[in-house]
Design a protein around this ligand. Sequence first.
Ligand code: PSU
Ligand code: MN
Length: 296
Amino acid sequence: MIKIHSDVQDALNSNRPVVALESTIISHGLPRPRNHEAALEFEQILRDKGVVPATIAVINGVPNIGLDEAALDVIANQDIAKASVRDLPILAAKGLSGATTVAATAFLAAKAGIRVFATGGLGGVHRGANETFDESADLTIVSQVPVAVVSAGVKSVLDIAATLERLETLSVPVIGYKTNIFPSFWLEKSDFTLEYQADSAEEIARIMQARSSQGGIVVANPVPTEKAWEKQEHDRVLATAFAAAEAAGVRGKDVTPFLLQYIVEASGGKSLEVNLDLARNNVSVAADIATAWCRL
Ligand code: PSU
Ligand code: MN
C-alpha cells in the first residue's frame, strides 16, 4: 500500500510536473532545526517554479508520496529509521516510520509514476570498500528504476573513481549538467571528466525518454562556483572525519550520517551551508527537467 498526496496524484493525472524529494537528507543528513527549514524550503523552490513537490517517507508503515505538515514534522523532528529499499517491507509489517534514502525514494517515486528526483549527493562506493564491501544501494536501485536523479555528484567522502566505475558496470548513464567535469558534492569539481554533458533541461528530458523504462539516469549538477567549499579546507576536514569514524568504529548505514554530522561540526557549519546550497540548486534544476519532461 502506498499513500499518494492528492496534489501529487492530480498533477500526475494531468501531466503537470512533479519532483520527488528524499527524507534521509532531512532526518539523518542535516541537523535540527535547519533540517525542517530545508524540507519546507526545497518544497517551496518547486512550488515557485510551478512544480508539485513529492517528499517521500514511510509514516507508520505506509510509504507516503507527498507529505502533509504533520508528516514533515515527523521526518524532521522524530528519531526514525534510515530506510533503504530492503527496509520497506519490515517497516510496513511493523507499522514503523522511516526516512527514505535515495534508493528507497527513487524506488517509491517510480511506483507512483514520478520521473524526476532531486537530492544532495548520491550514495556510492565507500573508501575502503575493497575490504568492507560498503557500496550504497543507491547505485543498484538507480540502475533499475526509471527516475532521473539530480545530484551534485556523489558525496566526496566516497571513492569517486570506484563509484563511477560501478555506475558504468550497472549501465547507468551519467550526464554532466552544463559541465563535463563530475562534481564532488561540496566541491564544484572532482578529478574525473564525463563523456557527456547536457546544456539544457530539454536535452535531459530527451535522454530520459530514450532510456524509457529501462532504468534511471544520474544528472550531475555542480554546486555554483561561488557557493562551493574551499578545497584545502574541505580536504583537511575530511581527513579528520575519516580518522574520527575509524576511532569510533562506525560501520554500515551509520557511516554516511556520522561523517556528515562530524563534518558540519568540524567545519564550523560551513559544510552545512554548502550542503544546503547544492541541494537547493539540484531542486531547482530538477524542477526545470520535470517541466521539460511534461512538455515532450
Ligand atoms: N544527500 C545529502 N545528504 C544525505 C544524503 C544525500 O546531501 O544525507 C543521503 C541519501 O539519502 C543517500 C544516503 O541515499 O545519504 C547514502 O547513504 P548510504 O551511503 O548509507 O547508502
Ligand atoms: Mn553503506
